[in-house]
Design a protein around this ligand. Structure first.
Ligand code: PFF
Length: 450
């Protein structure tokens, strides 16, 4: 193998990992999940899961990546044997399905850039406007455009693309989000919104834990880019002098900060406009923010800048997803990078077309890949690292940490038992939820549309 590339600076690695983590998951998916799952009850469970499951599983992926210096599939072949080498299949399938609809939603953000530039945000027409943006040929076209951008960047190598875009993107997202949250703070109804978002009621959790828990776990995995090998890949370029635990902490904190801020923006705006936060589903931020920008001086331009930033955040996440699947085709099937990327991009585009035409397919794909496959990938990898290669894991986690003491063992046992058990329960709950979606909402859709 030729001399392997590695991150030029620690910031380069952290920003790239943050670039993958921060995306539509934070700004689009998080607020509507909070809305659907009843506000603060969801938020608190979500935060607990980020700390208790997300953080240890980031380290599971980091350990595998840095130790093997390989892509996810190659990594498992190197240190695993037999059925363990097949975990890569779960990663690859998840990546394929996720990118096919991720690109559709990114297409909506491009549409909202155009609407802003034309000065057409409107408080009254916001829901109808979303209906138009999220269906029909325009949505298919913008989905194609976004996928084309992903193909081009990944086909021509990602080093410069990723490093460069994240350097601007991450600070821009933070500044714009904080600015919008400050604006939202001034709105009438903000107090009520904060109460909804920030005051958890134990009774809501007790009554709805079977839906809140799996939804929050799926969101935690999605937002941290876990369960499909992205963090394995990024850590494979990481030097042994780095303290992976503190890097993982920074990544999880920044990612959570941006999701949390997205809620501070969306809910006051929704409450001010009298829109019920649980009612809009995937339309939530598009409807609420378009309505808010309509009221602001220079709102069209501001909105265009905001949605463009979201699109760039989506791009840096999308690239990381594509890279995992492309690396698999290159390594396992000897296909070269350009045809592999182009063929995959076209296939993902086609699979995504139904999602561009009808929202129900966004839920169909999202539920399967995000709520089941990502968590299954995380579960299998945790069992593998915790039980099959524990010595290697302990050795690797300690590198770059001074006086690691018994912390490595504590982490290992935490992954081995509580994390694995929690993930078994969470995958099962998510599978049940998905089953009720398939036999409920989706079956209904099929019977009225076919
Ligand atoms: N973390 C990304 C987001 O929040 O938008 C989405 C994502 C990227 C999920 C990479 C999974 C992944 F492997």
């Amino acid at each position: 193998m030729a001399q392997r590339e590695s991150w030029a600076t620690r910031t380069g690695f952290i920003l790239a990992a943050v670039g993958s983590a921060v995306g539509l998951g934070n700004i689009w998916r998080f607020p509507y999940q909070v809305g659907e799952q009843g506000g603060a009850a969801f938020l608190i469970i979500y935060l607990l899961l980020i700390i208790g499951v997300g953080f240890p599983v980031i380290l599971v992926e980091f350990v595998v990546g840095r130790h093997t210096e390989r892509n996810p599939v190659g990594a498992l072949k190197r240190i695993g044997s037999g059925a363990w080498t097949k975990i890569g299949w779960v990663f690859v399938t998840a990546g394929f399905v996720i990118l096919s609809y991720y690109s559709v939603v990114a297409g909506w953000t491009l549409r909202y850039v155009l609407i802003g530039l034309q000065g057409d945000y409107s408080a009254d027409a916001a829901p109808a406007q979303f209906g138009q943006a999220a269906s029909g040929l325009d949505a298919v076209f913008l989905h194609a455009l976004f996928m084309a951008a992903v193909i081009v960047i990944v086909a021509f190598g990602i080093e410069r693309g990723i490093e460069l875009s994240v350097k601007f993107m991450v600070p821009a997202i933070i500044i714009i989000s904080v600015g919008l949250a400050a604006y939202a703070f001034t709105l009438e109804g903000a107090g009520e919104a904060y109460a909804y978002y920030l005051t958890p009621e134990i009774s809501t959790i007790a009554e709805n834990w079977t839906t809140i828990l799996p939804a929050a776990a799926a969101q935690a995995f999605f937002t941290l880019s876990l369960g499909m090998g992205v963090m394995i890949t990024y850590a494979s370029y990481l030097g042994e002098d780095r303290n992976m635990a503190s890097d993982a902490g920074i990544i999880a904190t920044l990612d959570t900060f941006i999701a949390f801020t997205a809620g501070l923006i969306a809910f006051p705006i929704l409450f001010a406009a009298g829109i019920e936060p649980g009612a809009s589903g995937p339309a939530l931020i598009f409807v609420s923010l378009a309505a808010a920008f309509a009221e602001l001086p220079l709102g069209g331009i501001l909105g265009a800048v905001f949605f463009a930033t979201v699109a760039i955040a989506a791009l840096s996440s999308a690239i990381s997803i594509m890279e995992v699947v492309v690396a698999y085709l290159i390594d396992e099937h000897g296909i070269s990078r350009v045809p592999a990327t182009a063929a995959l991009g076209v296939a993902m585009f086609l699979v995504g077309v139904p999602a561009a035409l009808d929202l129900i397919f966004v839920s169909l794909y999202d539920g399967f890949a995000n709520s089941i496959l990502l968590m299954l990938g995380g579960l299998l990898l945790s069992v593998f690292v915790g039980w099959v290669v524990p010595d290697l894991a302990i050795d690797e986690i300690g590198k770059g940490i001074r006086n690691v003491g018994s912390l490595g063992r504590a982490w290992l046992w935490f992954v081995r038992v509580p994390v694995v058990l929690a993930l078994i329960v969470l995958v099962a709950l998510n599978a049940l939820d998905y089953w009720s979606f398939l036999t409920g909402g989706f079956a209904e859709w099929l019977s009225t549309n076919l």
